[in-house]
Every structure is written in structure tokens, then in C-alpha cells.
Design a protein around this ligand. Structure first.
Ligand SMILES: C[S@@+](CC[C@H](N)C(=O)[O-])C[C@H]1O[C@@H](n2cnc3c(N)ncnc32)[C@H](O)[C@@H]1O
Length: 198
């Protein structure tokens, strides 16, 4: 791996705990759509690990070139070039996948984008497929830790429309879109991995 490639220490730290949850839920999956792939460290690592799964990375039109760098360097047969996807550009010009995965994206998106994400994502998951969302959440309007409260302030300082989302709001958006919540996994570094079935 070249040092020149885009790199996130958080993605490096969380990829193994995330993989352990994915392993339980991707049995039999043929294809994964990842939304907001960022540095593509997850895409590279999970495509290498789940070598029988077609891993389709995406990101916004402005961010997709960053994703492309690591994917081109990885040169894996099941990791095609990334597609441009802004969740607000509906309907999404994508086909349907066995599952959708996104990490650390809902607190970066504005609330309208989060609503658009849930309003569209189900149309791109095969019947019975999973939706897996990793990141920090609030419960009962409370942060789970002081460090998440500080992180929220830091996010809002950069972008007032960003911020750690309420679990209950996300849960209700997913339910309204026809998803059944299967699991809320506590993950390292004050994060969660939410798993739904379509
Ligand atoms: C904090 S980064 C997380 C990147 C990667 N998933 C990870 O965990 O390292 C948030 C990602 O969400 C993407 N994002 C923000 N707004 C988006 C939108 N409207 N549609 C799709 N992706 C979006 C960003 O471009 C970025 O790649």
C-alpha cells in the first residue's frame, strides 16, 4: 500500500471489528453497494477478505476520484471502479445489490441527505437483503460518551448541518422505508453497527 494513497486512521482501526459483523451478515451475499467510500480502505480490505463478493464503492461526484485512487491501485477482480453517487440525486442510477454498507457517513450528511438515503436505499437492496450502517449515534437525545459529545461539537463547527444522529430518528426513517431492525451492535471507539433487513 502506497503512503501517497488517501488514508484514514479511523478506517484502519475499525475495519476488523466491522469485518466481524459483516461476516455474520454477508453469508450468501453476491454483491455489496458501499455508500460514501471515502479513502476506499474499507472497500479494498473487505473486497480482499470477501473475495466472492462484488464490492461496488461509491461516493459523491467530488469525492469519487479519491475513492478511485486506492481501488485502481488495489486491482482486485471483485472491486470495480467506483461509481458517483450523491444520495440526494434521486432516483439513484444504480442496480440492486445483496446488501448496502455505509460507514461514518450519516453524521457527515445533512439531515435532508439522511432522509434521502433512507428513502432510496431500499430500492437498491434485493428482497431479504441487509442494510448495515456503522457510526456514532445518540440515544434518548444523549451522547453515549463525552468524547462523542466533543466530536459532535467539532462536526458542527465545520458544518452546522452535520452531527451525530439520534438513533430513534434513524430507526424510524428505516422503519418507514420498510426495514426491520435486526441488531444494534456496540463497537469500539463509541460507535455502533446497525443492521436491518429489507
Ligand atoms: C467521514 S467520511 C467516511 C468515509 C468512509 N466510509 C470511512 O468510514 O472511512 C464520510 C463520507 O460520506 C460521503 N458523503 C457525504 N455526503 C454524501 C452524499 N450526499 N451522498 C453520498 N455520500 C456522501 C463523503 O463524501 C465521505 O466519503
Amino acid at each position: 500500500m502506497s503512503d501517497a494513497l488517501p488514508f484514514s486512521q479511523a478506517a484502519e482501526n475499525n475495519k476488523i471489528p466491522i469485518r466481524e459483523v459483516l461476516e455474520r451478515h454477508l453469508q450468501g451475499a453476491r454483491s455489496i453497494l458501499e455508500i460514501g467510500s471515502g479513502t476506499a480502505q474499507h472497500a479494498e480490505y473487505f473486497a480482499a477478505h470477501f473475495s466472492n463478493v462484488f464490492w461496488q464503492a461509491t461516493d459523491t461526484p467530488v469525492a469519487v476520484e479519491t475513492v478511485r485512487q486506492r481501488i485502481v491501485a488495489a486491482d482486485l477482480p471483485n472491486l470495480p471502479p467506483p461509481l458517483a453517487l450523491d444520495v440526494n440525486q434521486r432516483p439513484w442510477q444504480l442496480s440492486s445489490y445483496s446488501a448496502v454498507f455505509t460507514a461514518n457517513s450519516l453524521h457527515i450528511m445533512c439531515p435532508t441527505s439522511v432522509e434521502n438515503f433512507f428513502a432510496s436505499v431500499g430500492q437498491h437492496i434485493d428482497g431479504g437483503g441487509k442494510l448495515l450502517v456503522y457510526g456514532p449515534f445518540k440515544y434518548g437525545n444523549e451522547f453515549t460518551t463525552d468524547s462523542n459529545a466533543r466530536f459532535d461539537l467539532w462536526l458542527k463547527d465545520r458544518d452546522p448541518l452535520s452531527g451525530i444522529r439520534d438513533f430513534e430518528w434513524v430507526r424510524d426513517l428505516a422503519a418507514a422505508a420498510g426495514f426491520s431492525l435486526l441488531e444494534d451492535n456496540a463497537m469500539p471507539a463509541n460507535n455502533q453497527m446497525l443492521v436491518w433487513r429489507k
